[in-house]
Write a protein that binds this ligand. Structure first.
Ligand SMILES: Nc1ncnc2c1ncn2[C@@H]1O[C@H](COP(=O)(O)OP(=O)(O)OP(=O)(O)O)[C@@H](O)[C@H]1O
Ligand SMILES: [Mg+2]
Length: 261
């Protein structure tokens, strides 16, 4: 960790790092410099578990570690909050601002999955649907991969909205864009429709939240605060699934038989 004010740096037992808390009692898990627990960059690069009774200071400790990482390194910082706590989000943003970073808070602001190169968009789109990776059902993954590749590596550039994505998921539309492509020859219209159905269901469920564009990149490494409990909350009228659609194990009997979940 570099760049943290000297008063927040400590050194003990041959380790130098961020002096982030006063040591009160208990088993000594970390080096202690003049009563302050020291967390070295090497330890920070491994998993760190912060545990304690309610109100004992876990959130405060984690915030301090996030601040130290933001201030003292170029690493991106991701903060996943299981409580959906607005105060914590505001505190995180304040700390990141102090560290010279801009924080983005989700799902308060829409996520833009459409930026980047064709293969980057293709990779994100593959991940939003929970395709089986082994067994006979993994065949659907291969079909979807082929369709997504054709949709993303399109002569007009990759799709930048769900509307364009879904428009392109049509065998005739793909055939006119990719004349003679071998990937297309291996697909039939029904398979393309089935892949489209899954993405239509996914984007229907996210209700436009993934269609924002135009967030500029900042020069500082990114910091993100995700309110996990709000992401997992069911949209009204849904059938009890989260934002990832479920794994396909067998083909739908007909497009109408398939549900968003
Ligand atoms: N090192 C500290 N110095 C001063 N105040 C602290 C410190 N750590 C925590 N606090 C204060 O103690 C209170 C509880 O802290 P915090 O919210 O971090 O606890 P927690 O372990 O995350 O609680 P919960 O289990 O309810 O999530 C807060 O008001 C916080 O500001
Ligand atoms: Mg807490």
């Amino acid at each position: 960790v570099t760049g943290i004010a000297d008063r927040l740096l400590g050194e003990a037992d041959g380790e130098r790092g961020f002096a982030f808390a006063t040591r009160l009692s208990g088993e000594r898990a970390l080096p202690v410099d003049h009563g302050l627990a020291v967390l070295s960059p090497a330890r920070m690069c491994r998993h760190v578990l912060v545990c304690g009774a309610t109100g004992s200071g876990k959130t405060e400790t984690v915030m301090r570690l996030a601040w130290a990482a933001a201030k003292g390194s170029d690493a991106p910082v991701f903060y996943l909050d299981g409580k959906g706590d607005r105060e914590s989000a505001e505190r995180f943003c304040g700390l990141m601002a102090d560290a010279g970073r801009t924080a983005r808070v989700f799902p308060h602001e829409p996520f833009d999955p459409w930026r980047g190169l064709p293969h980057e968009i293709e990779g994100r789109l593959m991940e939003v649907i929970d395709y089986a990776t082994d067994g006979p059902a993994s065949w659907y993954r291969d079909v979807a991969k082929n369709v997504l590749r054709l949709v993303c590596e399109h002569p007009d550039g990759p799709p930048r909205s769900s509307r364009v994505l879904l428009e392109r998921m049509d065998a005739d539309v793909l055939a006119s864009a990719h004349q003679g492509a071998s990937a297309l020859a291996a697909l039939n219209a029904q398979q393309v429709r089935q892949v489209r159905l899954r993405y239509e269901a996914f984007f229907g469920q996210t209700r436009g939240a993934l269609n924002a564009t135009g967030h500029g990149r900042t020069r500082a490494p990114p910091t993100y605060f995700w309110t996990v409990s709000r992401c997992a909350r069911r949209p009204p009228g849904s059938h009890g699934c989260c934002s990832r659609t479920s794994r396909t194990t067998s083909p739908p009997a007909s497009p109408a038989a398939s549900s968003p979940c």
